[in-house]
Design a protein around this ligand. Sequence first.
Ligand code: MEV
Length: 323
Amino acid sequence: MRITASAPGKLLLLGDHAVVYDRPCLVTAVDIRYTVSIETRQDTLLTISTPQMRDKGQLYSRSLEDLAAPFPQETAFVEAAVARIFAQFGGGAGLEIVTDGPQISYGLGSSSAVTVATAAALTRLLGHDLKPRQLFDLCYRAVLDVQGTGSGFDVAAAVYGGTLYFVSGGQVIEPLSQFDLPLIIGYSGEKVGTVNLVRSVADLFERYPNLVDPLFNLSQRVVEKGRIALLNSDWAQFGDYMNIHQGILESLGVNTERLSRLIYAARDAGASGAKLSGAGGGDCMFALVDQHAEESVKAALIRAGGQIVDYALHAQGVYFIQD
Ligand code: MEV
């Protein structure tokens, strides 16, 4: 029997970095989807095939007896999920795992989506029907096994989908109602590892706790107000909160010149709010636009060297696909 699960990516709306420090954030799931397909093998090998490996004509395989951290970078999130599941539910039969999804992930949460799709497919294959909360807890631990840090907001987006108010480690996971977020995502073309940026903020916090902690408190206030604005579909206010939050991220030192160019280009072309999303250092920014500014903001982002990333927001959380 083969089980296939599909999980979405994420866009962090407000609360970036502060969410690592017990503060809340707002995140929406992005319909950039990753699928993981698993069946058992007759031996005790774990084989993994990713799109990148298929391009190179490679297939990764290892004995399940050796399955332990540190995992190889290319297969780390899949292996961490398998190891967590075997530790929790037992198992040990060989597995053939095939992952699929866009090769460019734009920093929109491919790792958490692959972890969640792997865990959903494997637990079902082993005969367990996990509740979203159980799936979140398991996958969050698997992600920490690989990265050693992170708030888990991306895992929650992949599990629950939609738009969430989320507090570090899943202390609160509150789904917010359906609304049409009028957002445009722009990719800067730069890529930097999230873990390094989380470390650089930790370093700043260690050196200047009395200055950085109030920034996290301000982020919390912006998120609380942003939550209300979202629930009221008050986009003008939400745009202001995005701009204020961008100032916080600038103060934390995670903005870049290229992101700034895109953010100012979007604002100058009529966006009522624009900020970077996630760890910073590159990846994506997003802009809030009403209908008649949409084309001019897209054109301005492209002129400023950005790439428009066109995926639906408020996407469905993990689901199974029938073969
Ligand atoms: C990274 O996408 C967002 C951070 O807040 C880290 C995290 O919450 O895990 C910087």
